[in-house]
Design a protein around this ligand. Structure first.
Ligand SMILES: Cc1ncc(C[n+]2csc(CCOP(=O)(O)OP(=O)(O)O)c2C)c(N)n1
Length: 663
């Protein structure tokens, strides 16, 4: 497509955005208008733009494009439509309407060509870093001297808002340090945010900042099609170990003179000037206009994308034939295949095993990693404590992108968002670890993983006040339940090593959503009286009978994690009418049939006590108003863990007392 044709398509994309925002009287025009030439180059320039095939949106070697500034969603929808993705003109007309595939902010799984759920600013930058990490890992694992299967780029578009957010700063540092030179960030530098001109809130020298992080930076006129194309060409060609940023100076809202270049250009107010704007852009009367010329140009562009895809497919086929094992592995990775016998591939713990569940987790991850080559892991500078290092997995980094252990540094938020990027890419199973109490630092990314149904596994150790001496800053009390309220997230808090094995297996088998594994710092018992299989599979059910009553059922004791011990000890003393239910995962239990739940917690038995070393609120639904919950509805105490637990009522005697007080 020549520059004139690109320029015309840019203005028509502006028209589409204006009309869509005008139609629903909401949305953001500033970016789609300000970045129209960037969009035209990315999607229209067949030499230096994105490598894509709209007929195969998941092509393994496509360039990945992430719109981090998700509020500019009409930018993405317009260009996907023009490029021939399954986003129709009618879909653009339904922008932001019920059941449309053009929601207010881009949502993964909703729209072909949308690579990430974005909107919370900054996340997309870190997702792109995750995509870049995944691309490097894939190239290192699967390319051979004869065949290159993966050599795509990851291109993100972000604004001032994304770059002001801390998560992007963490991710940018990580990308620079790990030399992810397959990453290109286009910075829509329009000097405007939402409330005001950007200089009210920022004053950094972007080029210097990126250079200091190990990036190559170039500043261009973001409306100059030739300059954008040249910058992309340079960025793509240069494998120098540095991620690239193209700082594109743009005018927000360009095309609507009444608001362009000002904070008023950011949102929907420019749509009030739709008619005059259309005329000014040289568009004919009538809305949602796309010229025959633009259609023809993009049809040609699509043909070249399809041809590129076909050329790659023949390389892929030759590679598959030459490397059947690698090909089988890659296919399994793409299909998210999990060995059906994974639960049996994790060696049983000896009956006298005595350690913390984080230590058990450290053993379990070795077996899971051996069974699932797609598993990668990472820690926010806490491998020594979180124990999730894959021993024969090597370290990920510029020296070895095939390494499976990622060193995130103390960057929890980016760790979460980068893991999401890996999961969006879908080739590898991402897991990552930190202290449970710092889950708050990655919570926005956990929420998005749940929303986007990403199978990320969080390993959150030191899961209660049992942390002890580090004191209340490090003792989670609300964290476990705080995560349970995120829809779609499985929070699993295993009680013993076998439940820890079950927790890992359950999280791996769950391919449509994230799981958080809460593991103890302190030693827990091993409940040998119940079979290994029952304990492991019990986690899949979320809650199960760990000790069955020996006489008529009188009382049910319910707990998760380390507090199961108190129930077992209390049951020893309370006699044969007591049932102990281990409830490692409320969400899984709640998904079971009525029949199963009734079998575990029969309605006929109202004498119930639940205990967990955390806030009590969510447990009431299992004990009912006739029962009792022993929790910790306050912050912890700095003292040895066992003393803190006892002081805060986490003890068998307290369970017994509570039972005896029930009518
Ligand atoms: C985490 C987060 N905080 C706040 C917002 C609300 N918000 C959406 S866009 C925006 C301003 C972004 O400025 P910029 O990136 O410069 O976008 P532009 O004005 O250029 O479109 C804000 C504050 C958000 N989407 N996400």
């Amino acid at each position: 497509m020549n520059l004139d044709a690109l320029a015309i398509s840019a203005n028509e994309a502006r028209g589409l955005a204006i009309d869509a925002v005008h139609a629903c009287s909401s949305g953001h025009l500033g970016l789609p208008l300000g970045c129209a030439e960037i969009g035209a180059t990315l999607f229209g320039d067949q030499t230096h733009g994105l490598r894509y095939n709209p007929e195969a949106p998941k092509w393994l070697n496509r360039d990945r494009f992430i719109l981090s500034a998700g509020h500019g969603s009409m930018f993405l929808y317009s260009w996907l439509h023009l490029s021939g993705y399954e986003v129709s003109l009618q879909d653009l007309k339904n922008f932001r309407q019920l059941h449309s595939i053009t929601p207010g902010h881009p949502e993964f799984n909703e729209t072909p060509g949308v690579e990430a759920t974005t909107g919370p600013l900054g996340q997309g930058v870190a997702n792109a870093v995750g995509y870049a990490l995944s691309g490097k890992h894939a190239a290192a694992k699967f390319n051979t001297a004869e065949h290159t299967i993966f050599d795509h780029h990851v291109i993100a578009l972000a604004g001032d808002g994304c770059l002001q957010e801390g998560v992007s700063k963490e991710a940018i540092a990580f990308a620079g340090h790990n030399q992810l030179d397959n990453l290109i960030l286009i910075y829509d530098s329009n000097d405007v945010t939402l409330d005001a001109m950007a200089d009210v809130t920022q004053g950094e020298d972007a080029e210097q900042y990126f250079a200091s992080q190990g990036w190559d930076a170039v500043t261009i006129d973001g409306h100059d099609l030739g300059a954008i194309s040249a910058a992309l060409a340079t960025a793509k060609a240069c494998d120098n170990g540095k991620p690239k940023v193209i700082i594109a100076k743009t005018e927000i809202g360009r095309g609507i003179p009444e608001v362009a270049g000002t904070a008023k250009g950011h949102g929907e107010s420019g749509a009030n000037f739709a008619e005059s704007a259309r005329r000014g852009l040289g568009l004919p009367d009538g809305s949602f206009y796309v010229s025959e010329q633009t259609k023809a140009c993009f049809a040609e562009r699509k043909d070249s994308g399809v041809a590129g895809f076909e050329a790659w497919t023949s390389i892929y086929e030759a590679w598959s034939a030459a490397n059947p094992e690698l090909a089988a592995e890659l296919s399994a990775d793409v299909a998210k295949v999990v060995p059906s016998d994974l639960i049996d591939l994790i060696p049983e713990f000896s009956s006298d095993y005595s350690n913390a569940t984080r230590a058990a987790g450290g053993d379990v991850i070795q077996a899971v990693a051996a069974a699932m080559p797609s598993l990668i892991t990472g820690s926010a500078d806490l491998y020594g404590s979180t124990k999730n290092y894959i021993k024969d997995g090597d370290d990920f980094g510029a020296e070895n992108f095939a390494g499976r252990n990622i060193w995130y540094g103390i960057r929890e938020h980016a760790m979460g968002a980068i893991s999401n990027g890996v999961a969006y890419d879908g080739l590898f199973r991402a897991s990552c670890a930190t202290f449970a109490v710092f889950a708050d630092y990655l919570r926005p990314s956990i929420r998005l993983a749940a929303l986007a149904k990403l199978p990320v596994t969080y390993i959150l150790t030191h899961d209660s006040v049992g942390v002890g001496e580090d004191g209340p800053t490090h003792q989670p009390v609300e964290t476990v339940s705080g995560l349970r309220v995120i829809p779609g997230l499985d929070v699993i808090r295993p009680a013993d090593p076998e439940e820890t094995a079950g927790a890992w297996a359950a999280s791996m088998h769950r391919t449509d959503g994230p799981s958080a594994l809460f593991l103890t710092r302190q030693t827990v018992p091993t409940y040998n009286e119940t079979s290994v299989r029952t304990r492991r599979e019990g986690v899949f059910y979320g809650g199960y009978i760990l000790r069955k009553e020996t006489g008529p059922l009188e009382t049910i004791l319910i707990a998760s994690g380390s507090e199961v011990e108190h129930c077992m000890k209390a049951a020893d003393q309370l006699g044969g009418g007591v049932r102990v239910v281990s409830m490692p995962c409320m969400e899984r239990f709640d998904r079971q049939s009525d029949d199963y739940r009734e079998r575990v917690l029969p309605a006929s038995c109202a004498r119930r006590v639940a205990i967990e070393a955390g806030v009590s609120g969510l447990w009431w639904k299992y004990v009912g108003s006739g029962g009792e919950v022993l929790g910790i509805d306050r912050f912890g105490i700095s003292a040895p863990g066992d003393i803190v637990m006892e002081q805060l009522g986490m003890a068998a005697e307290c369970v017994i007392e509570a039972v005896n007080e029930l009518s």
